[in-house]
Design a protein around this ligand. Structure first.
Ligand code: APR
Length: 228
């Protein structure tokens, strides 16, 4: 049984109309990430950070999963041993049919209380004065991992990387650690590595590269894996 770990990035949601970060015109060319995606930025100006995630939450909720999300859900349904890790904070994998999704950078559809640690489904619009439903403190934030914070589920991901036969990175630039190091970690444990990307992110880094938009390349790859 080939155990497969899949890591997705913004490129898998690009064909659903959600922007990427580092492509031309990407999010980080329009916003200063230190202002909207760090704890320091949130402390300085929580309203600006909430506005940024309110926009991203609305975009995510208004977007539809694409054929790549649906194909990955088909793979998970058809095969045991598939671990899906995403850097994305949208819920398109879930709405595409995936039952188990490891969100290492959190989810824009979830909220977190900085005072008591409670988590709940985020309202469509969040604001600095919102009270935590558990403790009442006006200390709520989007349940997303900012730069300088520790990504979620790293133990679980490390375990999956140490025991997989194939590691597949889909639609990620491989610029942000620790996710960027997963390919080397999997290879160190003997896994084959595959990248599916519009452009190869780092020639020579993966055993195999499939070029093209995820919306086309991922269903084709899933058909290849399932022999359909
Ligand atoms: N199909 C496949 N790949 C695509 C497509 C597409 N239609 N469009 C873009 N890509 C690829 C780009 O070639 C690039 O390699 O998606 C990748 C997008 O890279 P980034 O914008 O850096 O996004 P990502 O790798 O997910 O960023 C990682 O950085 O800012 C943080 O927390 C944020 O999770 C994010 C992390």
């Amino acid at each position: 049984m080939r155990r497969i770990v899949i890591l997705t990035g913004a490129g898998v949601s690009a064909d659903s109309g959600l922007g990427t970060f580092r492509d031309k015109g990407g999010l980080w060319s329009r916003y200063d990430l230190s202002e909207v995606a760090t704890p320091e930025g949130f402390a300085r100006n929580p309203a600006a950070v909430h506005d940024f995630y309110n926009l991203r939450r609305a975009n995510a909720l208004d977007a539809a999963p694409n054929a790549a999300h649906v194909a990955l859900a088909r793979l998970q349904a058809a095969r045991d041993g598939v671990t899906l890790v995403t850097q994305n904070i949208d819920d398109l994998h879930e709405r595409g049919g995936s039952g188990a999704v490891i969100h290492m950078h959190g989810q824009v559809t979830r909220a977190l209380c900085n005072a008591c640690g409670a988590r709940w489904d985020a309202p469509r619009v969040m604001a600095p004065g919102d009270a935590c439903p558990a403790c009442g403190a006006a200390a709520t934030r989007p349940d997303v991992v900012w730069f300088g914070e520790v990504p979620y589920h790293m133990e679980r991901i490390a375990g999956a990387l140490a025991s997989c036969d194939l590691f597949v990175a889909i639609g990620t630039s491989g610029e942000v650690y620790p996710a960027a190091g997963f390919v080397e970690e999997a290879a160190r444990f003997g896994a084959e590595t595959l990248e599916i990307n519009l452009e190869p992110s780092a020639p020579g880094r993966f055993d195999r590269v499939i070029g093209g938009p995820a919306v086309e390349a991922v269903p084709d790859w899933v058909d290849e894996v399932l022999g359909t």
